[in-house]
Design a protein around this ligand. Structure first.
Ligand code: FMN
Length: 276
């Protein structure tokens, strides 16, 4: 046993049922009077604490007091869950109404619970809700995209015509076809050295945000152009954003109140599954 006491067991209430050991990825073993640390592989997932039927286990790295009892009455049927998941839509027309910062905080708070590789977490959000800054961001993205359509990563993209059209409309329609006049752009960042995993993690986290948004009356859409411009480290864009030097951008999500509401669930390619 190693000399580290982040696991605390109430020996009176622990039934030694072994559930904590079975859900753990290799840190815990069952000892004579309850679970013990075999080796320090703890990734702070909190499963050992969450599964204990008698609340006898505490892990000081992911404390029992921060966990929330699961209410059976809040569970949803598979039919409701499927309809809810299918109803998520990318929103491209936003109301000019500003979104309260309190609501954005509430929206983002759910993203903390998305899965991350080895529970790495570590995503921060930088929210732009000033109209002037949003306008400047669109403007520099348009400059970047024009250059890149001619000679750069966008040139060989399968969506080059869509991008060219977006920029053409931006220049000629008087509408912000880049950030879609959204009142809010949420930028995700991770530590520079965690970029690769962090980008994957960001996709899951933003999925949580996108799914949760309609419950707050909000709509959202990934901003691919923002993302690619940021990933290309386009200096005029980066200098507009107050991102700490040791962090990199992993994604951008537009958020606002939708103008339109969908009446039907769309279809997609048929399910493709193989079995062996
Ligand atoms: C990584 C990623 C980047 C995207 N970039 C853009 C974008 O730049 N502009 C846009 O209008 N939609 C963008 N989308 C939204 C997709 O076009 C949309 O998810 C797809 O058309 C399916 O529609 P749905 O989200 O309503 O189901 C992006 C989605 C993802 C996942």
């Amino acid at each position: 046993m190693i000399d580290d006491n982040f696991i605390q067991v109430n020996k009176e209430t622990c039934k030694r049922c072994g559930q904590c050991v079975n859900v753990c990825r290799g840190t815990l073993v069952m000892g004579n009077s309850g679970p013990e640390i075999a080796q320090n592989l703890c990734i702070e997932c909190g499963h050992c604490v969450a599964v204990c039927p008698s609340g006898a286990l505490n892990n000081t790295r992911t404390p029992l007091k921060n966990q929330v009892p699961i209410k059976k009455e809040l569970s949803i049927s598979s039919e409701i869950a499927a309809a809810f998941l299918r109803s998520r839509r990318s929103i491209r027309s936003f109301n000019s109404k500003a979104v309260e910062r309190e609501i954005i905080n509430k929206l983002l708070d759910i993203a903390r619970f998305a899965p991350t590789a080895c529970n790495s977490q570590g995503i921060s959000y930088h929210v732009i809700d000033k109209k002037e800054t949003l306008r400047s961001i669109s403007s520099v993205i348009a400059d970047w995209a024009e250059g890149n359509i001619k000679s750069g990563p966008l040139k060989n993209s399968p969506w080059v015509n869509n991008t060219a059209n977006t920029i053409y409309q931006y220049r000629n329609s008087g509408k912000d076809t880049i950030l879609r006049d959204a009142p809010c752009l949420i930028i995700s960042t991770v530590k520079t050295e965690q970029f690769s995993l962090g980008r994957d993690n960001t996709h899951f986290s933003f999925s949580y945000v996108q799914l949760y948004a309609p419950t707050l009356g909000l709509g959202s859409c990934w901003s691919g152009l923002f993302e690619y411009c940021a990933l290309d480290k386009y200096e005029p864009l980066l200098s507009l954003l107050e991102i700490p030097k040791n962090r990199v951008i992993t994604g951008g999500l537009l958020v606002g109140y939708p103008v339109y509401h969908f009446k039907r669930l769309v279809d997609r390619e048929p399910l493709q599954v193989t079995w062996q």
